[in-house]
Design a binder for this molecule. Structure first.
Ligand code: F6R
Length: 637
């Protein structure tokens, strides 16, 4: 039996979901289900764009579906060519692939009960393999690789025994493990959409003679602003005139009603001013989702996607991380951890430099290619080069089915959800977490760490989402004010040692790309070898200070570095661990982050630096989601 890491109460995986019912007859309908569902999907497309699909139930009790891999436009083209009949009941889905590649067959909705039941889903069903085996033994055939189709078949089975879609959904919810929002319609139940949620979002929209369901309010904000929250493990049935919410035992419960006062653009950003702001706030979930389902009850890491032979992993004598930009800084953070845990040398190389150096890689090298998009051409070329030299390649990637994981020997997905803002934030944190999972997995396999040691590290990792949330809750206002006060600076230096060094470089990169000002990240010890000449009166220097409980003397050394720059007139802002009073004396301002271990600290100290860069750019009137000269996915060398 497995249990799974669920560090937060609420796990939010991506995909966009819409449900709609109205009582207008087909003839006088001013809101057809298809129009409402498609407009909701358009607003939710930022949640995923691997495929899209709809299912409608006509007044005559026919279930009609259409689905297509690719963006929503591929589905609307298909519908223009093959229109569906008019209907007042419908569900729709825009997908961010997790189980099964982004194909037509894996697109939602998935059908069961002889094509009469359609289901859409957001989340990951952890016990799908087990359920699927039982269903296959009972003669059920599956057309996709998705966990969703298993949920649909399970729901169909329960519908046959209960004869009631709501009851069947309740029973199904008790049988599923993991994170899910499920929506279902059945040909035999026109005018009804049934849903259930656990660790995945779902909200109701209330209308007059019509009701809505959505992953978030953006799904229906064009039609109603009255929304109702649905609690954990609750089942909801919407009909044109009623919304009934029940708990998992079937007791009726009252959802909390509220009015949405965001405009439509803000709704897609969850009420945040920019996608970047939203994605910074997504980070507790992105970390939690990346940890989800990767440990068994014995505290053993179980990386199911690790398709590289264990004997190969046991005998590798070097790890080379290849990546670009922020992803490369994630690799640099991970290097400290992997070398420490696994006692294997780790090199981190910019992907565009890698193959031109004629690197020494062979069958005994494990190459780790980190990429949010999975489409960065420099990294793709480096992966190809590494494989030609006989190295095994594992991709750490956020985009299912993209080129880098497809061309690698194995892929470990970060489940950060789509990153829309061009500058990377939540991908960075989840890349570090995925690298840590890989490092711990190797340490476990190679016997470098005892089981209890690995469990203790995983426990600290599990605590990170809540700590990131604390940074967001407790530090944001201070960092915003700091950024606004400094909006006219023309240069910022960032200093760090050990894991704080790549954090400093990431902080500088964020500031360069968002605020277009000169910024450099230095290893604090390197300062005296030259860069200290840059320090002048009033120069803003942001220093990432390691924990006093960490590696011997590191804290003291960084304090000395702060004194060196302060003595030359620098304005020193310090990011330090809560309780570190010693740093106050040397800093014009201290931003405290929660206590954690040395190796986990980057997952916290990076966050204020992201907020600082975002706000400084905003204060300068710049577009933080789309900085000049940049593209989200760099598909040229
Ligand atoms: C910086 C940033 C870039 C990317 C880099 C790699 O904020 O986003 O530096 O990290 O272009 O992109 P991926 O991870 O898609 O390979």
């Amino acid at each position: 039996m497995r249990t799974y890491l669920t560090p937060l109460r609420k796990i939010r995986l991506m995909c966009g979901i819409v449900g709609y019912v109205s009582k207008a007859s087909v003839d006088n309908a001013d809101h057809s289900a298809l129009d409402v569902v498609l407009s909701g999907l358009k607003r939710l497309e930022y949640r995923g764009y691997d495929s899209a699909g709809v299912a409608l139930v006509t007044a005559g009790g026919e279930l009609e579906t259409a689905k297509k891999a690719g963006k929503l436009s591929a589905l609307t083209d298909e519908l223009a060519e093959h229109p569906l009949p008019a209907a007042q009941t419908g569900i729709g889905h825009t997908r961010w692939a997790t189980h099964g590649g982004p194909t037509d067959a894996n697109a939602h909705p998935h059908l069961a009960d002889g094509g009469k039941l359609a289901v859409i889903h957001n989340g990951i069903i952890e016990n799908f393999a087990h359920l699927k085996a039982d269903l296959v033994a009972e003669g059920v055939e599956f057309l996709s690789q998705t966990d969703t189709e298993v949920a649909a078949a399970q729901l169909a089975k329960n519908f046959q025994t209960t004869g009631d879609l709501t009851e069947a959904m309740r029973v199904t919810a008790t049988q599923l493990e993991g994170a899910f929002t499920l929506l279902a319609v059945h040909a035999d139940a026109p005018g009804t959409v049934v849903a259930a949620r656990r660790n995945s979002p779902l909200v109701i929209g209330l209308g007059e003679g019509e009701n809505f369901l959505g992953s978030d309010v953006a799904a229906f904000i064009d039609y109603t602003r009255t929304a109702v929250e649905i609690g954990q493990d609750e089942v909801v049935t919407i009909t044109p005139d009623a919304v009934v919410i029940t708990d998992i035992e079937g007791n009726e419960v009252q959802g909390t009603q509220y009015e949405v006062n965001w405009d439509t653009a803000a709704a897609e950003k969850g009420g945040f001013a920019s996608f970047m702001d939203k994605e910074i706030h997504d980070q507790p979930q992105a970390v939690a989702d990346t940890l989800l389902g990767r440990m068994d009850t014995d505290g053993k890491l179980a990386l199911d996607e690790m398709h590289i032979d264990e004997t190969v992993l046991k005998t590798i004598d070097k790890i080379v991380v290849i990546a670009c930009g922020t992803a490369a800084y994630a690799g640099q953070v991970a290097r400290y951890a992997i070398e420490h845990w696994c006692r294997v040398p780790v090199e981190v190389e910019l992907a565009h430099e890698f193959r031109y150096r004629d690197p020494v890689v062979n069958e005994k090298t494990l190459v780790v290619a980190i990429s949010q998009s999975g489409e960065t051409m420099d990294t793709i070329m480096a992966v190809r080069h590494a494989r030609q030299q006989g190295a095994k390649v594992i991709a750490i990637c956020n985009t299912y089915g993209s080129t880098i994981p497809r061309e690698s020997d194995a892929a470990l997905y970060t489940h950060a959800g789509p990153e829309i803002a061009v500058a990377s934030t939540k991908a960075f944190l989840s890349q570090v977490v995925a690298c840590y999972l890989l490092g711990l997995y190797l340490a476990q396999l190679r016997g470098n760490k005892f089981r209890d040691e690995i469990a203790a590290i995983l426990t600290e990792l599990q605590a990170i989402p809540a700590k990131v949330q604390r940074v967001l809750d407790e530090d944001k206002e201070q960092v915003l004010a700091l950024a606004r006060r400094n909006q006219d600076v023309d240069s910022v230096l960032f200093l760090g040692r050990h894991v704080g060094f790549p954090v400093a470089m990431e902080g500088a990169l964020k500031l360069k790309e968002l605020a277009y000002i000169h910024a450099e990240g230095f290893a604090a010890g390197e300062l005296k070898h030259g860069p200290i000449a840059l320090i002048d009166d009033g120069q803003l220097v942001i220093i990432v200070v390691p924990s006093k409980r960490g590696r011997d003397s590191l804290h003291a050394k960084v304090i000395s570095n702060i004194q060196e720059v302060r003595a030359r007139g620098a304005n020193t802002v310090v990011i330090a661990e809560e309780g570190d009073e010693e740093v106050r004396e040397f800093a014009s301002e201290v931003i405290y982050v929660p206590e954690t271990t040395t190796l986990m600290a980057p997952l916290l100290t990076t966050v204020p630096l992201q907020i600082f860069a975002m706000e400084l750019a905003t204060a300068k009137g710049l577009d933080v989601d789309q900085p000049r000269n940049l593209a989200k996915s760099v598909t040229v060398e």
